[in-house]
Design a protein around this ligand. Sequence first.
Ligand code: SAH
Length: 413
Amino acid sequence: MLDVDPVALVRGRHGQRDAGTLEQYVNDRPYVLTSFLSVAMREAFGTAMSGRSKSRQELAGQAIPLIAKLAVVSCRPGERLIRELFEPLGYRVTCVRHPLDENFPEWGEGPYYSVELEGTVRLRDLLNHIYVLVPVLDAEKHYWVGKEEVEKLLRKGEGWLAAHPNKEAIVKRYLPRQRQLAREALARLAEEDNPDPDAAAEQNSEQEVKMEEPIRLWQQRMGSVTAVLRSVEAKRVLDLGCGEGKLLRELLAEKGLTEIVGMDVSFRSLEIASQRLKLERMAPAQREKLKLLHGSLMYRDKRLAGYEAATVVEVIEHLDAPRLAVFERVVFEAARPKTVVVTTPNREYNVKFATLPAGQFRHKDHRFEWTREQFQQWSGRVAERFGYTVRFLPVGEEDAQVGPPTQMGVFSL
Ligand code: SAH
């Protein structure tokens, strides 16, 4: 049961208050399936949508007879579109159209349908189809459609969207009023074998972890970062590029923290973080402390303002050089926490990893790995430009010649 308050939706939005129409108060939003359904599905059925099952993986991977009833969808183009979306995916589709008002038959039919889908499919496929296609029928989104929407669409459409005969209509209606984004999504769908960037990142991270394992580097990194947060007595902190939530787990155990926000551009990583931290089963007091945000460090984001400290652990080396400048402004100028802790590999130390061929980076996705001098120069420039001071601390055991495996800069306002 999804209860939507249409007035709360427009409250606080600039420019709409004075529109002088009743439309923002009287509309169909509370009564039809919209992108809110997709958000709710992700919350309630996240695991099912990923196709994973701890105890019955075989069943999760099997096509089984399923029926989905979509109580009311709004679809202005009409029944034809509903059929064109679902029939190619193997569903038997039943549509019942509703009159605009039963008491006034002369007003004719409305754009509303009750839809039943019947097919033998894997549960995850049914859920992902509905997740993507309900907003496509509706062609409205309750939130601003940004670049992340393209990623979301491609991920949820994985394995079926590229081959869908109406993929163009799907993409355009999924990204309403965003022609450039729609073009981008279609171009990426057109690439035949579209590798999943998150899956690749996961695999690469595993390699990195394995290589660094003998010196238990990531534990040391987490320890060093939390020690800094303790020393500045931060209460409300951001973990930018939180990935699968290793640091978040440590932070949750910190008594002094009252609010912890993890942010990452990879939705998949956030899903994994939420599973690993057992967000759904967390005690209410803990749960209230923690927030996961889907967002990119390439955009100024109001949600990031007002925090005392931010950690950016092993993230900058994943950013292309031209984007680093954007990152600097987003973090040090817009979000502007009092303390920023940045860690990154120390390239000089790489000679000590027996399994790493000379000249290679620790992770395939790394765009650079800096020597101590390079990192300190960059940090110095950033600090000066944005009015911070910076000091440097080693992470992991320091080698006399090549320094520590990880380097850390602590920026203070
Ligand atoms: N801090 C975590 C993850 C490091 S891996 C840890 O130490 O375990 C780098 C992370 O940065 C990835 O999760 C990646 O998705 C994220 N990332 C890369 N570019 C980003 C961007 N533009 N905005 C936000 N996060 C980004």
